[in-house]
Design a protein around this ligand. Sequence first.
Ligand code: BEZ
Length: 200
Amino acid sequence: MKLYSNPASPFARKVIVGFSEVNAIDDVEVINVIGNPVDSGDIPITENPLGKLPTLVDTPFGTLYDSRVITRFIDHHYDGGLYPSSTLFETLKMEALADGIMDAAVLMTYEKRVRSEDKQSEVWMDGQWIKINRSLDALESKGKEFLNSSFNIAHIALGSALDYLDFRHSDRAWRSGHPKLNEWSEVISHRPSMIATKPA
Ligand code: BEZ
C-alpha cells in the first residue's frame, strides 16, 4: 500500500501512527507530497478527487480517504483494537473532537499561508481559535475519563492535534490554562510512534 502524506499534516500523522501502533508500518510506503486547498500540487487527484491528504492506495478496498476512513480500515484489516467496542461511540466522538481541532488549526495555517496579508481575516482566524480553545477547555474540565482510558484512536488523534498546535500556532500558547492536557500530551509524546512522526 502507498500512503500519500506530508510530514506537517496532523491527519496524515494520525494514520502513520495508527499503522505503527498495530505494528504494520512496514506494509505501507509513505510518499510525501505537497498541496494546499487552492492548488492540489502533487497530490494524486486521480486517486482522490478532493486533492487532500492522507490518501491510501492499493488497499484490498481500492483507494481510501480521509483519515477517519483509513484508520477504520487499519483497525479492521489488522484487528488493531483502535476502536474498542465497549466505548465505540465515545471513541468516535473524541476522535471527531480531535479531528475538529486539527481542521480549525489547519484552516488557520492556510489563511496565513495562502491569502495575501491584506485579505487575511483576524475575525475568521479568531473564530477558528475559539473553537479550538473551547474544545481544549472541555477536555481539560470533563475529559479525565477519556484521557485516562485505554489507548485508542482518539488518543492518537488528540496527540497529533496538540502537537500541531505547538508546531504551527505556538504563539497561542495553548498549554497555559490547560495543565491536565499539557501533562497528558507530555506522556503520549514519549510513545515511539509519536517520536518517529513529530513534525519539525
Ligand atoms: C502544514 O504545513 O501545516 C500542513 C501541510 C499539509 C497538510 C496540513 C497542514
